[in-house]
Ligand binder design. Structure first.
Ligand code: KIV
Ligand code: ZN
Length: 514
């Protein structure tokens, strides 16, 4: 007998909205559009592109994505009030498929302390907000914020009213990550059983990870009949983050025997998308993170390695290539040609334009001269640098650093801005990197507070490339910079300048609009 088709669960990705609410994860318009395109390739059903009323930047990013990204529903978030809903519609109206996501808190704590509103007023506002959104488009999602701490009878009333007013998706947020799997199962089951018009809406859940249960809670909701999961790449999001997309997707696919449910996700795109989001946001993925962490498929113990050699399934429940890890860490050398590099890049999940390939090939040749073997990690780092290049207002012409034990490090630095060259006389610092950072601040006139700085090696060996990530604060906002090189001073200099260039780009834009 044929197995029944698995039930299709919609994936609603909120990396660009809730994910961007992670401290320091803010992204610019070009970066958001790149992520939205990658999410389409990944196969997500709905992209929550942002919260258009939050700022002009948010509005522009949502509008840009709605105009240019095809292949998924584009959703804009709105509080339950006219101004927000109108602005959300303005931002998404050019999309192929548009959704407005309206939310209003329903729990007693939020009613009393945040909204200072009684139950009747909440119901009235829900109806008005959903009706207004439904006047603009037929796809309306309503979220009773803090649903998991809302009295179940009241939750039922709000949900019934929202569906009657035109909501086509009812999202149940565990806003503060307080729910447990059994509770989530019970809430969804009760809504399904006791809300008379529930068959007119898809039930969705949006679980936060404060107690580390976001994925488990989302899976419990699916067992109870939820048809949509809200999640983010790498699980980023407010506080401890959201349900991780890669984990929920692979849990459903690997345990299809149990859940009888699946998604439209193209799983080999998981690792490339995870890397893209990590590089753009600067939020590194922990090594042991399920599915996309560097160690997720590494077998260290001898007994495990022995088992793997005899039969892979002894210790592996998924194949690395199914989530986008390449089977081999194939090594390229200085005799490898352009075609081999292009092929390797494709296998790693990158689609490079001819021009990008030319640049990466030139960089690869330089690297292969310095390093005998170029690994996948090296190649990935070079490609990421190339495809996420930000416009460079300032670039490095040259630098010279002198340092030694017991000596004050000194640096002479020349930067270019357009045709002009700017040189510092000797600048001093606590260490060579500090001296370079100070010299850059002096030449560009942009002062920052360095919040984070870390170097890690991209691959193995003494000649491995170092990847430097810096995080700086300027006028209350966080900016990130990244660079890779076999020379860690060069990587640090470029990473810091990368962050400064992001600030300079914003300053330029602001000056232009004055
Ligand atoms: O966590 C939450 O409640 C939210 C809503 C806006 C859905 O992010
Ligand atoms: Zn949230």
């Amino acid at each position: 007998m044929n197995e029944p088709e698995p039930r299709k669960i919609k994936i609603f990705d909120t990396t660009l909205r809730d994910g961007e609410q992670s401290p320091g994860a803010s992204m610019n318009l070009a970066e958001k559009t790149k992520i939205a395109q990658a999410l389409v390739e990944l196969g997500v059903d709905v992209i929550e592109a942002g919260f258009p009323i939050a700022s002009d930047g948010d509005f522009e990013a949502v509008r840009d994505i709605a105009k240019n990204v095809r292949g998924a529903t584009i959703c804009g978030l709105a509080r339950c009030c006219d101004g927000d809903i109108d602005r959300a519609w303005e931002a998404i109206k050019h999309s192929e498929r548009a959704r407005i996501h309206v939310f209003l808190a329903t729990s007693a704590i939020h009613r009393e302390f945040k909204l200072k509103a009684g139950k009747e007023e909440i119901i009235r506002r829900t109806i008005e907000g959903v009706r207004r959104a439904a006047g603009y488009c037929s796809d309306v999602e309503f979220s009773p914020e803090d649903a998991s701490r809302t009295e179940i009878e009241f939750l039922r009333d709000v949900v019934t009213a929202a569906i009657d007013a035109g909501a086509t998706t009812i999202n149940v947020p565990d806003t503060v990550g307080y729910a447990t799997p059994a509770q989530m199962y019970s809430v969804i089951s009760q809504l399904r059983k006791r809300v008379s018009n529930i068959d007119r809406a898809v039930i969705s859940v949006h679980c936060h990870n404060d107690l580390g249960m976001a994925v488990a809670n989302s899976l419990a909701a699916i067992e109870a009949g939820a048809g949509q999961i809200e999640c983010t790449i790498n699980g980023i999001g407010e506080r401890a983050g959201n349900c991780s997309l890669e984990e929920i997707v692979m849990a459903l696919r690997t345990r299809n025997d149990y859940y009888h449910a699946d998604t439209n996700i193209v799983s080999p795109r998981l690792v490339p998308t995870s890397r893209l989001v990590a590089n753009i946001t600067g939020m590194k993925v922990q090594r042991n993170k399920a599915i996309v962490g560097q160690n997720a498929f590494a077998h260290e113990a001898g007994i495990h390695q022995d088992g793997m050699l005899k039969e892979r399934t002894t210790y592996e429940i998924m194949r690395p290539e199914d989530v986008g890890f390449t089977k081999s860490d194939l090594v390229l050398g200085k005799h490898s040609g352009r075609a081999a590099l292009a092929d390797r890049a494709r296998t790693l999940g990158y689609r490079l334009s001819g021009e990008q390939l030319n640049t990466v090939f030139a960089q690869f040749k330089t690297l292969a001269d310095k390093k005998k073997e170029v690994y996948d990690g090296d190649l990935g780092a070079m490609i990421e640098q190339q495809i996420h290049a930000t416009p460079e207002l300032w670039s490095i012409r040259s630098y010279h650093v002198s340092t030694g034990s017991g000596e004050t490090p000194e640096v002479k630095l020349t930067l270019c801005r357009g045709e002009e060259e700017y040189t510092t006389e000797m600048a001093c610092g606590d260490g060579p990197i500090d001296a370079i950072f100070l010299a850059i601040e002096k030449l560009t006139g942009i002062s920052v507070v360095c919040k984070d700085f870390h170097v890690h090696s991209v691959t193995v060996g003494k000649d491995a490339q170092g990847e430097v990530m810096v995080e700086v604060e300027h006028n209350g906002r966080i900016y990130r910079g990244r660079s890779v090189s076999t020379d860690s001073i060069e990587a640090s200099t470029k990473a810091f300048l990368n962050a400064i260039n992001r600030i300079a780009a914003i300053q330029n834009k602001e000056e232009g609009s004055e």
